[in-house]
Design a protein around this ligand. Structure first.
Ligand SMILES: [Zn+2]
Length: 438
């Protein structure tokens, strides 16, 4: 769609009185109070650590290996069929192949693990091909023993969920799960994914049907991916990197230097590699946690969020930016915003990536000259003094407002009308306040 890349909330706007905040009439008893609360069924994953017994760990490791093997063999078959005979092999054909493989003497060990994760691997491959044909992704790649994610997916027929215990197929004992947060009441998993990260930690992710209560929110906020801070909001708030990240990064650099010095294939090298993986895991955990809290807060309290479509790949090449937006934090942030905005019925507006948000004066609209990365603050000829990042966030907000103002005529989606505010009202800077500090 060009300028406006994605907006969520495609349902028809429900009837409402406009111009009045849903809570504003709560005290007038003679008028009917209409507070719009919508419930929405969503698929939601809950991830926990667990500690397998030795038997379970061996069984799962074997399953991961078989999943990888089946995926790779099916990919090989599909690639060959296409390059040699211009023939497309679909999921059903690879599924029939799997049945054949299990009957051969060399691959009889595939019968030792649950067949469901193997079938799921073929489905994942099918999805990868669908994305490839739709030009959304590159051609699927072979899974590597070292670098690929160790994971196995179980559908309902391959696990038993009873009284809050989870037992996987081909296992006698339930998994010993650390319930770091409770599952919502009455919720049971439809799909279970078991994985192990590079640091050797085991995780189980339970995909459940959950209900989100959508409560009304107002206002609009623009967000800029900052330099010194992780993100900057158009309200002037700056969101910094997670605490301890700097110290963790120093530790990581030291661990990586240690690893580089160790002899290849030695036990000490394996130990050093594990140490690197542990620190990387901790940095990623903290970052994800930070972004979850931030995105939840943003979608709960703001009706519309405007972000810039950044070419992160290009930005990471720039060394000064690399640290601020490393670990694909921006992409992760955007993914979280996208699905949470859909959950809560909010609008996520993505503005054009070549929009000169930094150099444009948010007060008068004049375009400043080239601006080196070191410039943190600048003064426009109109007299406005700008913090680089806050100014950029304000411009992103203004671009988002322009999009919704245009959308008012055609009203393709629920957009601004959802809050009962006109877009002119939203231009009031007060509308973007009210986001408490994290
Ligand atoms: Zn100006």
């Amino acid at each position: 769609m060009g300028f406006l890349r994605s907006r969520t909330g495609t349902a028809d706007p429900p009837p409402r009185r406009t111009g009045i905040h849903p809570n504003a009439s709560a005290k007038t008893a003679d008028r009917p109070v209409r507070i719009l609360v919508v419930s929405r069924a969503v698929k939601r994953a809950f991830k926990y650590r667990f500690y397998p017994t030795d038997v379970q760990a061996a069984q799962l490791s074997r399953t991961f290996g078989c999943v990888r093997l089946v995926y790779n063999m099916a990919l090989q078959a599909r690639t060959e069929a296409w390059t040699r005979r211009q023939e497309r092999i679909d999921y059903n054909a690879t599924s029939a192949m799997l049945t054949g493989w299990k009957k051969t003497a060399e691959l009889a060990f595939l019968n030792e693990v649950s067949c469901v994760p193997l079938q799921q691997a073929l489905r994942h491959l099918q999805a990868a091909y669908t994305n490839f044909w739709a030009r959304r992704a590159k051609h699927p790649m072979f899974k590597s023993k070292r670098r690929s994610r160790r994971a196995a997916e179980y559908t309902a027929s391959a696990f038993r969920w009873r009284d809050g215990t989870l037992t996987l197929a081909k296992m006698t004992e339930p998994l010993s799960i650390v319930w770091s947060r409770p599952l919502p009441d009455g919720v049971s998993p439809s799909t279970v994914t078991v994985s192990q990260d590079a640091a050797g930690r085991w995780f189980v992710s339970l995909l459940c049907d959950d209900v989100i209560t959508q409560t009304p929110a107002t206002g609009m906020v623009g967000i800029d991916a900052g330099l010194d801070s992780l993100l900057t909001l158009s309200t002037g708030e700056k969101i910094t990197n997670p605490r301890h990240e700097r110290a963790d990064r120093q530790r990581l650099a030291r661990a990586q230097r240690d690893l580089a010095r160790k002899q290849k294939g030695s036990a000490n090298r394996a130990k050093a590699r594990l140490k690197v993986a542990r620190i990387q895991g901790r940095i990623a955990d903290r970052r994800r946690d930070h972004l979850h809290k931030l995105t939840t807060r943003l979608v709960r309290e703001t009706q519309a969020i405007v972000i810039e479509d950044l070419a992160v790949a290009n930005m990471v090449k720039n060394h000064r930016l690399a640290r601020a937006i490393s670990d694909a934090a921006w992409r992760q942030f955007r993914t979280m915003l996208e699905y949470k905005a859909a959950w809560y019925g909010r609008d996520l507006i993505v503005v054009d990536r070549w929009f000169p948000s930094t150099r444009l004066c948010s007060a008068c609209g004049a375009l400043a000259e080239r601006m080196p990365l070191g410039v943190r603050e600048w003064t426009c000829p109109c007299g406005a003094v700008h913090d680089r990042d806050v100014n950029a966030a304000r411009n992103i907000l203004a671009a988002g407002l322009a999009v919704t103002a245009c959308g008012d005529d055609v009203r393709p989606q629920r957009g601004t009308s959802r809050t009962g505010q006109s877009s002119a009202k939203q231009e009031d800077p007060r509308a973007t306040k009210g986001i408490p500090v994290l």
